[in-house]
Design a protein around this ligand. Structure first.
Ligand SMILES: Nc1ncnc2c1ncn2[C@@H]1O[C@H](COP(=O)(O)OP(=O)(O)OP(=O)(O)O)[C@@H](O)[C@H]1O
Ligand SMILES: [Mg+2]
Length: 305
């Protein structure tokens, strides 16, 4: 079932080229969808339109069946956005920030929920600190906490880990996965391909306002990934044994390295078999290195097309 449906969505800003060109996309209930793309691709524009912060120029968007324009109240009640830019009142405490947010969403105070969210985001010991006293990474966590106070069906995270250190980023990934497990649908934008690789169920790649690809992460990585195994030989090998004269196996010019390509619809690799063949032919091996193309390779390939 789809919780969000986007049909023929376009956006033109004044004096600007088209920020979004005919976007069609469905977000499934409960999935984590990662939207990737270079600076200015249209990621923030797309999620701001869905969240009702930016008006579309054309097309239709529904959230839980509610049109974001004609039924904006019902549509908006289902979503929370963690924005790319940090906007917080610096002079109130972390706890107050969350409580006021709850009011802003038109919901009654919920002390247990506030406590739970503060603890989940490791902000409990900061609850009485003023926002101005927090570090950048902590402020980013307060933004997420704020969004969760709406108990949203769909949580949008625009660059949730921008400017966050590696350790905290990993913590946030764990936390975002936990929110997902609780049943929320999550849509995030990111520049960190590793982030999409780690967490996403599906990945969309957007470039210059066009959605270039929408694919299940595993399928995307499988379909486009190439794997390579390089075996350094202890002695140069002048004649490749017959059993190894295959199209996916090559010998380097210096005769010292065997390269085997596999995956991506080419031959499967049976490592045990290969090792046995080498042994049978008295070929001693040194280092073995395997490489797999990452989402980054796929991404760069696509953007450069
Ligand atoms: N308020 C605005 N007025 C005019 N043009 C805008 C406005 N907001 C965004 N744009 C333009 O729309 C395009 C898409 O911008 P958007 O912020 O959606 O990109 P993004 O993918 O989120 O980029 P980033 O990775 O840098 O956050 C850009 O060309 C940008 O200059
Ligand atoms: Mg952006």
């Amino acid at each position: 079932m789809s919780i969000i449906e986007i049909k023929n969505l376009t956006k033109e800003y004044k004096r600007s080229t088209k920020a979004l060109k005919n976007i069609n996309l469905e977000i499934k209930t409960g999935e984590l969808f990662a939207l990737l793309g270079p600076n200015g691709a249209g990621k923030t524009t797309l999620i701001n339109i869905i969240c009702g912060l930016v008006n579309p120029s054309g097309g239709v968007v529904t959230i839980g069946g509610f049109d974001i324009i004609n039924q904006y109240r019902q549509a908006r009640a289902l979503v929370s956005l963690v924005p790319q830019e940090i906007h917080l009142d610096p002079f109130i405490t972390v706890e107050q920030t969350l409580e006021y947010t709850r009011g802003f969403f038109g919901k009654s105070k919920n002390v247990e929920l506030t406590e739970q969210i503060l603890k989940d985001l490791s902000l409990w010991d900061k609850k009485d600190s003023k926002v101005i006293q927090l570090s950048g990474g902590m402020k980013r966590r307060v933004l997420i906490a704020k969004a969760l106070m709406n108990e949203p069906a769909v949580l949008f995270l625009d660059e949730p880990t921008a400017g966050v250190d590696v350790e905290l980023r990993r913590d946030m990934w764990k936390f975002i996965s936990k929110i997902k497990q609780s049943g929320s649908t999550i849509i995030l934008t990111t520049h960190y391909l590793e982030e999409a690789e780690e967490m996403a169920d599906r990945i969309g790649i957007i470039d210059k306002g066009e959605l270039k690809i929408v694919e299940d992460k595993k399928i995307l990585m499988q379909r486009m990934s190439k794997k390579q195994m390089q075996i350094n030989l202890q002695k140069p090998l002048y004649d490749l044994p017959k059993e190894l004269q295959l199209s996916n196996i090559s010998l380097s010019q210096d005769k010292q390295t065997l390269t085997i390509e596999y995956g991506n619809g080419t031959a499967d690799l049976d490592v045990a078999d290969l090792m046995q063949t080498l042994k049978n032919n008295n070929i001693s091996i040194g280092d073995v290195v395997t490489k797999q193309s990452s989402l980054e390779d796929i991404f760069i390939d696509l953007i450069n097309k």
